[in-house]
Design a binder for this molecule. Sequence first.
Ligand SMILES: [Zn+2]
Length: 139
Amino acid sequence: MSQEDSQAFAATASSGPSSGCLSVRRCGECGGSFIIPLASCPTCGARDVAVVPARGTGRLYSWVVAYRAFDPAFETSVPYVIALVELDEGPRIYSQLVDLQTGHPTAGLRVEWSPRPRPGSDGSELIPAFRPLDGEEEQ
Ligand SMILES: [Zn+2]
């Protein structure tokens, strides 16, 4: 990792999902968006990259249901949904999918950013999570 990438990573860590903020990096040259904290655009290589707030909405691209907690802190949360959400800006992000009324995820479900306290924490540490947009779930 270059020094510029290290600085980009540090900037993401202080404004990323664990802080409750959801941002993407937008290339000023090609207009592409990405999540990975790189100092240059992975598409065109330009270094004209800015961190911008994400809209916080997207679609459920894929998911898996965890029936066993891989981290003891999540033992009371099983089963839970680990989702791959495609943001409206284009990049995909792993997160939890919470507040499912039906209990059954569906591909393409419209979701919104809704970070949650990490189980077992004092509430200051957040984990990335999305929930269905109102009225978007099939009953
Ligand atoms: Zn670019």
